[in-house]
Ligand binder design. Structure first.
Ligand code: NDP
Ligand code: MG
Ligand code: MG
Length: 339
């Protein structure tokens, strides 16, 4: 098994006397900043004027424009949306770099050369494998979200010590951290969200829903069967793997799982997954997404509209309105949970 790093593997006083600038105060930013502060780290926030600025100040942080936060810090953690990072980096972070360690929570921009850090600075990533809101909530519960860490450039010889101290400070070493590379983190993160967690899942759910509805079954029933119940199944897998889920379902369901699952997700699906992975590895996915952003997202926005008006979404909205225990405030968390 790969080496896992836990609380005891970090030098927990490494960040004492150092200042960490968290750039961005969104899903990941607010969680890293608050967890680190409670771990005794000196944290400042770098932002533009706006909603997040107000929120970070309300939460008691000193907030500065990105350049000013960068200039005064020893460690700069960039937690802006990936597609915004190259511009903000070029205009506000890079001109204020001296010897700060540069950190990321996802390797996309460095791996695909959208950000080219100076050779003189440590560059590393600590990527929690979960949504920012859970990074915060689990920390408060004395638990944590597991993380990956990777060293891209180690100029000082201290990059790994920093990565582990940072992972400890946000609570991730309570769950375990695994060392990787920027390339491996980027490619597997993109593949996971595209083929399984987000893309694979939504396409599977929609195909099942449409199959039932097209065969004349009630859309409400198809919604419960193909979407609502999914959470209960996934919770069982999260707690104890597929064996635990299969222990809990009926033997009839388990037999159906064995004989029909591989007919649905068959060898052709795996071939398609390999093509998706190849597009990621060879930079075609990244290129398409970068160009889509440069064009102000015409295709992205058109698909959002189409997807949100799908029958499964219409039916779901009506049914959830009658289920007060399905907390709407958690919507954002669900949206970001696998990114
Ligand atoms: P969010 O979209 O949640 O947060 C964006 C933050 O950046 C907001 O505070 C926003 O402030 C600020 N911001 C946007 N543009 C600018 C700008 N031009 N100047 C200054 N501040 C700006 O980002 P995420 O937390 O989702 O993602 C951050 C990083 O973490 C990414 O690299 C992502 O891949 C990675 N990651 C994210 C995960 C997640 O759960 N979401 C999981 C693991 C990694 P404002 O209010 O002003 O818009
Ligand atoms: Mg991810
Ligand atoms: Mg991602």
């Amino acid at each position: 098994m790969a080496k896992m790093y836990y609380n005891g593997d970090a030098n927990q006083s490494y960040l004492n006397g150092k200042k960490v600038a968290v750039i961005g105060y969104g899903s990941q930013g607010h969680a890293h900043a608050q967890n680190m502060r409670e771990s005794g780290v000196d944290v400042v926030i770098g932002l533009r004027q706006g909603k997040s600025w107000e929120k970070a100040e309300k939460d008691g942080f000193n907030v500065y424009p990105v350049g000013e936060a960068t200039a005064q810090a020893d460690v700069v953690m960039i937690l802006l949306p990936d597609e915004m990072q190259p511009k903000v980096y070029k205009e506000e972070i890079e001109p204020n770099l001296t010897n700060q360690a540069l950190m990321f929570a996802h390797g996309f921009n460095v791996h695909f050369s959208q950000i080219v850090p100076p050779a003189t600075n440590d560059v590393l990533l600590v990527a929690p494998k979960g949504p920012g809101h859970l990074v915060r909530r689990t920390y408060e519960q004395e638990a944590g979200v597991p993380a990956l860490f990777a060293i891209y450039q180690d100029v000082t010889g201290k990059a790994k010590e920093l990565a582990l101290a940072y992972a400890w400070a946000i609570g991730s070493l309570r769950a375990g951290a695994l060392e990787t590379t920027f390339k491996e983190e980027t490619e597997t993160d993109l593949f996971g969200e595209q083929a399984v967690l987000c893309g694979g899942l939504t396409s599977l759910v929609k195909a099942g829903f449409e199959t039932l509805v097209e065969a004349g079954y009630q859309p409400e029933l198809a919604y419960f069967e193909c979407l609502h119940e999914l959470k209960l199944i996934v919770d069982l897998m999260y707690e104890g793997g597929m064996e635990n889920m299969r222990y809990s379902i009926s033997d009839t369901a388990q037999w159906g799982d064995f004989v029909s699952g591989p007919r649905v997700v068959d060898a052709r699906v795996k071939e398609s997954m390999k093509e998706v992975l190849k597009d990621i590895q060879e930079g075609r996915f990244a290129k398409g997404w970068i160009l889509e952003n440069q064009a102000n997202r015409p295709e992205f926005n058109a698909i959002v509209q189409k997807e949100n008006s799908h029958l499964i979404e219409q039916v779901g909205r009506e049914l959830r309105a009658m289920m007060p225990f399905v907390n709407k405030d958690k919507k954002k968390e669900v949206v970001v949970s696998a990114t």
